[in-house]
Design a protein around this ligand. Structure first.
Ligand code: GLA
Ligand code: ZN
Length: 743
């Protein structure tokens, strides 16, 4: 077999401390996208290993992740290492042309660590030490875990850091996946040390946490504890700092290993992310990594799974600063950890693999190569299933390997998006740490919803941090960025002044970085740009308690009391022609604008502050008002969507309600028209997504029916056929065409 991963020494540019950040294919010496998966040969015998090499050749595997859960085999007794078996496997894979993404193996400590050092086990918020027999059973502050994991990384780097078969380092595995926080005494001490660094003295902590509320004032930092089990609500600032600390603690483990690896080896390092995993601020993690990689498991039983693929891909590209990234894990078929574990539908494995590439992946790896025969993941699919080569999974695995092999021209090609959605972990933590104003989701629901609306409309979209350089974007959506960031406001003002459309949706700019409320009207530093301020929140609560709808027949007093706040939606009405026309064109049943349970009372500022001196006096237009239907009764006539022209085409829109899918789609149509943003391919049939990387166009038919697309001219990279205009995509299939962008 010839490998598409060439030898390390000739093709990989040296890393230079992160100043120059080459793309993954340069770092790994790839000539086609990486393909393979987690490989756990220690679970199998020699005959199986030999068969694996043959099957990997048949499937076109060129990269495997090795050793992720091998610590117990590599260091069977504390301080005594057995690496020969691993070195031999790396060598045999290398001889077979398969490169290795070598794990530092620190994801799951061996039994001796738990039995000889029980304090290394993590503690739950209730004070329970978690037991041995699963995985990731370590406290992130544990000295012994820190020392032993660092030592193991060093031993591996020394022994295998310049082995020609190893092309990258895989640090740990899914940090925080099971143990994102630990409430043990060591973590309490580490938390205090972190707070001491942050605040210097106890009075500054008292001020930041507002401890005069509920008599929480501390007289010494030694009194401060993690927010473990408590009688009632925690202090939001304490919880927010705890989340930052817990993230920092995990990140410091990864960074310690990265430093050791870099001291001994010039190979790039990665750790596998988990999409928008709530506990870890990946914007920060990404700064320490050479290659961004992701694990992603959309549920085939969810009609929005294709959006999950797009969302995760756009996020990883953002984390990689616009460069390509690698899909480190997906399931070839079903997972085993949901209540119901649906297999991928025929064609979906290849389709979603290509969709990852369309969103910037230059590698597609799976969990795992061979389905385990024992253990907790026995019924999680593998590239080689229990049934072996019999069955659909293997056929699709081989077909996907073949397809990826043809996609060399995609490597390194950028996705060019003119729209961006701002995403901020710290805001998500602040929102979920505060008590009210609503029960928040944990996973960026608003950002996902706006991103999905753009994706469904066919608009290529980047996901960016609050500190991003926004120059060049024509549309920037800021959904539910709960913390007020003056720097973001300045960048948005700059973008709007340069002609961009800025769409801000609440609740945004509600608290400062200590979770303290913004005074004088929410939106804080965004008020001058938007020309509005939020004077109160007006959330609905939805149906409460038992259904007593017939109570009005007999309940003489309470039947006269209106409770709009108990409804689940509220109506909006477009003001003026533009939005109403869009709604009419969309052909939805009626021009019906609705929001869900979130709304705000908004006041328009008479003389909004200047975006730039002399530019600030444009009046704010009301685009839609609450119309009083359902839960919106008390807001009737008040602004729900506003628009403030800034300069030229530039404008700042504010959305004071959580618009439903129809409302978001309508508003985005209008905003995209102002921004002059067009879909990647216009007028696509239902089910078809289009994405572009440079000159390469991806047409992805997620639908259950064949779809016809006109105007596609170019060469199909996978089949080699020439498309001369009209193409037909089978259900759940894709076309990857090299074709110039038209118009
Ligand atoms: C995660 C882990 C893998 C495996 C898969 C199963 O992504 O990293 O080890 O457990 O989940 O879906
Ligand atoms: Zn701990």
């Amino acid at each position: 077999m010839t490998s598409s991963v060439s030898s390390v020494s000739t093709s990989r540019p040296a890393l230079d401390g992160g100043l120059r950040r080459p793309a993954p294919h340069e770092l790994l010496g790839l000539t086609s996208p990486a393909y393979g998966g987690d490989y756990n040969p220690e679970q199998w015998d020699e005959a199986t290993f030999a068969e694996d090499l043959e099957l990997m050749a048949e499937a076109g595997v060129n990269l495997v992740s090795l050793g992720i859960f091998s610590w117990a085999r590599l260091e069977p007794r504390e301080g005594s290492y057995e690496l020969d078996w691993l070195v031999e496997i790396v060598g045999r894979l290398h001889d077979a042309g398969i490169a290795v993404d070598l794990a530092t193996a620190t994801a799951s400590p061996p039994a001796w660590m738990a039995t000889d050092h029980p304090e290394s086990l993590p503690m739950s918020a209730d004070g329970v030490r978690l037991g041995l027999g699963s995985r990731q059973q370590y406290c992130p502050s544990s000295t012994v875990y820190r020392e032993r994991s660092a030592a193991l990384a060093e031993v591996l780097a020394e022994r295998l850091g310049d082995h020609p078969g190893v092309v990258m380092w895989h640090i740990g595995n899914e940090y925080g996946c099971h143990t994102a926080e630990c409430f043990c005494p060591a973590c309490a001490r580490a938390f205090r040390a972190w707070l001491t660094d942050r605040y210097g003295d106890v009075e500054r902590l008292n001020a930041a946490w507002g401890t005069d509320f509920w008599s929480q004032r501390y007289t010494s930092l030694e009194q401060v504890c993690p927010p473990a089990a408590m009688p009632t609500f925690h202090n939001p600032a304490q919880l927010l700092d705890w989340r930052r600390f817990s993230d920092h603690q995990l990140r410091s483990l990864m960074e310690a290993e990265a430093r050791i690896l870099r001291a001994h080896s010039s190979l790039p390092v990665t750790t596998n992310f988990m999409g928008d995993f709530p506990a870890t601020d990946y914007w920060r993690w990404a700064e320490s990594l050479d290659i961004i990689s992701d694990d992603s498991y959309p549920d085939p039983a969810d009609a929005a799974a294709a959006h999950e693929v797009a969302w995760a891909g756009d996020l990883m590209r953002g984390l990689a600063d616009g460069r390509p990234w690698i899909l480190m894990e997906q399931a070839p078929g079903a997972v085993q950890w949901r209540r119901r574990n649906s297999p991928k539908r025929p064609g979906q494995f290849l389709l979603w693999s290509l969709a990852r590439v369309a969103h910037g992946a230059d590698g597609v790896l799976q969990f795992q190569w061979r389905q385990s025969r024992q253990g907790a993941e026995t019924f999680h699919s593998g590239m080689v299933p229990h049934a072996g080569r019999a069955g659909r999974t293997w056929d699709e695995v081989v077909a996907t390997g073949r397809a990826l092999k043809r996609l060399g021209p995609v490597l390194g090609e950028p996705v060019c998006a003119e729209a961006a959605v701002v995403l901020d972990w710290d805001s998500q933590w602040a929102l979920s740490s505060t008590i009210g104003p609503v029960e928040p989701g944990e996973r960026f629901e608003a950002a996902r919803a706006w991103h999905r609306s753009l994706w469904e409309a066919g608009i290529a979209t980047d996901i960016v941090p609050v500190r991003a350089d926004l120059a060049g974007y024509r549309l920037i959506v800021v959904p539910e960025v709960f913390i007020d960031y003056p720097e973001l406001a300045r960048n948005l003002e700059g973008a709007a002044a340069a002609g961009a459309q800025v769409v801000v949706a609440g609740p945004t700019g509600v608290v400062d970085t200590d979770a303290g409320a913004v005074l004088g009207g929410y939106l804080g530093s965004l008020r001058p740009l938007l020309g509005v301020r939020v004077t109160d929140h007006a959330a609905l609560s939805g149906p409460v308690g038992q259904d007593d709808s017939r109570g009005a027949l007999v309940n003489r007093v309470s039947r006269a009391v209106g409770t709009p706040a108990a409804e689940t939606w509220m109506g909006l009405e477009a003001v003026g022609e533009s939005l109403r026309r869009v709604l009419d064109q969309m052909g939805t049943p009626a021009p019906d604008l609705r929001a869900g349970g979130w709304a705000e009372e908004v006041r328009i500022d008479e003389a909004p502050g200047g975006v730039e001196a002399g530019q600030g006096q444009e009046p704010v237009e009301v685009v839609a008002v609450f119309d009083g239907r359902s839960g919106g009764a008390d807001l009737a006539g008040r602004p729900a969507i506003t628009r403030r022209p800034v300069r030229g085409p530039g404008a700042a829109w504010y959305v004071a309600a959580d618009l439903d899918a129809v409302g978001r789609a309508a508003l985005l149509r209008l905003v995209c028209a102002h921004a002059r943003i067009r879909p990647v391919v216009a007028d696509l049939p239902d089910g078809v997504e289009a994405q572009r990387r440079g000159e390469i166009l991806f047409l992805l038919n997620h639908g259950d029916r064949a779809a016809e697309v006109a105007g596609i001219v170019g060469t199909d990279l996978i089949s080699g056929e020439v498309c001369t205009g009209h193409v037909v995509l089978a259900p759940r299939s894709a076309l990857v065409v090299r074709s110039r962008k038209l118009g």
